[in-house]
Design a protein around this ligand. Structure first.
Ligand code: PLP
Length: 381
């Protein structure tokens, strides 16, 4: 373990649980431990009421209605429910799924699995900014397309996709829009109705909530979207996903959404100040460059190529600064990021790129400590 202060700049991988969230959850482990499906006594009623409130809070961050929210165990599970469910339901009439090459592995790997079942998966290219060509999208979506799968914000670069326009194109051909909003909620305003999203996937641990809880939004009106049962059993979550509800986790997710929604603007401007300060130093003193669009990105994420410092070789000396070289689930691999490679970086640029992702608990002192570290390794070189 490194000595001294550890600086956490890996908030797109996961976040510290907010104390207010933890306090909201605790009574549901001990005092109010009822099963939310127990309809005959106050223990059950109390748990069901807590889930009801959490459903409203979670709906609110997406500008959805509570009836459109189903709790799951993760965004990965929500993505599986969406893709596998729509494919099973539509495959006799439609067979194609259009997906952006820089989607999270939860989407890519599920699509590759569907390909093995006979689905046609079209992977959309991105440009150097990480953005798709909307004309290409218009050409590949057709009346055989089940869904276009596009993330609101990319987890590695923070790049924001024009979901409203993507949805407009998809809907012209009767295709659904599945949107992974995992990294966007709590960082930018997300309105699934306004954007025309049909299914959205979210996770609690990216916004100061607990791990092991997620949700899926399924549109109820204009059009009503239905999904087949994903987990069979006691019929919980309106028969979509059976299993006793994780009440403390769900309460935590709801609270985390409520706090994030109320403070959206404050957190965003606080994080973008820190990000700007970091980029100013690293880009001017260390010849770093930003990977991805500078105009359309999350306020907290900075993916920087630090080739000039040959940072990959020095990363082991950086263990007191928690950053990432890709998505958390693949950053242990030595392979360059599929996102950066899809954006046209060469292998050397990709492996010398680092994702810094700020969170609401970071301060300017963290930025100073990081920039001091980079100044030091430059001097030592
Ligand atoms: N989608 C995106 C964009 C993510 O960043 C992540 C987490 O890394 C996931 C999906 C998966 O989320 P979970 O950890 O809840 O499965």
């Amino acid at each position: 373990m490194p000595q001294g202060k550890l600086i956490y700049l890996d908030n797109n991988a996961t976040t510290q649980v907010d104390n207010e969230v933890l306090q909201a959850m605790l009574p549901y482990f001990t005092e109010h431990y009822g099963n939310a499906s127990s309809a005959l006594h106050p223990f059950g009623w109390r748990a069901a009421e807590a889930v009801k409130i959490a459903r409203e809070q979670t709906a609110s961050i997406l500008a959805a209605t509570p009836e459109e929210i189903y709790f799951t165990a993760s965004a990965t599970e929500s993505i599986n429910i969406a893709l596998l469910g729509l494919y099973a339901q539509c495959k006799s009439k439609r067979n194609k799924i259009v997906v952006i090459k820089t989607e999270h592995k939860a989407v890519i790997e599920t699509c590759i699995y569907l390909q093995s079942l006979g689905a046609e998966i079209f992977f959309l290219d991105v440009n150097r900014e990480g953005l798709i060509d909307l004309k290409e999208l218009e050409q590949v979506v057709d009346d055989k397309t089940i869904a276009v799968c596009a993330m609101w914000a990319n987890n590695e670069t923070g790049v924001l996709h024009p979901i409203g326009t993507i949805a407009h194109i998809a809907h012209r051909f009767g295709a659904f829009v599945i949107c992974d909003t995992t990294q966007a909620i709590g960082k930018v305003r997300v309105d699934v109705s306004e954007a025309g999203v049909d299914i959205a996937c979210v996770s609690a641990h990216k916004l100061y909530g607990p791990k092991g809880v997620g949700a899926i939004y399924v549109r109820r009106k204009n059009p009503r979207v239905t999904l087949p049962t994903y987990i069979h059993g006691g019929g919980q979550e309106n028969k979509l996903r059976a299993g006793t509800l994780n009440v403390p986790g769900i309460v935590g997710m709801g609270k985390a959404c409520e706090i994030a929604n109320t403070n959206l603007w404050n957190y965003g401007s606080q994080m973008s100040k820190l990000r700007t300060a970091l980029e100013q130093v690293l880009c001017t003193h260390h010849h770093a460059f930003v990977n991805g669009s500078m105009r359309n990105r999350l306020p907290n994420t900075s993916n920087l190529c630090l080739k000039a410092l040959a940072i990959r070789k020095k990363i082991s000396g950086m263990s007191h600064i928690a950053v990432s070289t890709g998505a958390a689930c693949s950053s242990a691999l030595s392979e360059p990021s599929h996102v950066l490679m899809a954006m046209g970086l060469n292998r050397e640029e990709a492996i010398n790129s680092i994702r810094f992702s700020f969170g609401k608990f970071n301060t300017m002192d963290d930025v100073f400590l990081v920039t001091d570290f980079f100044d030091k390794i430059k001097k030592e070189a």
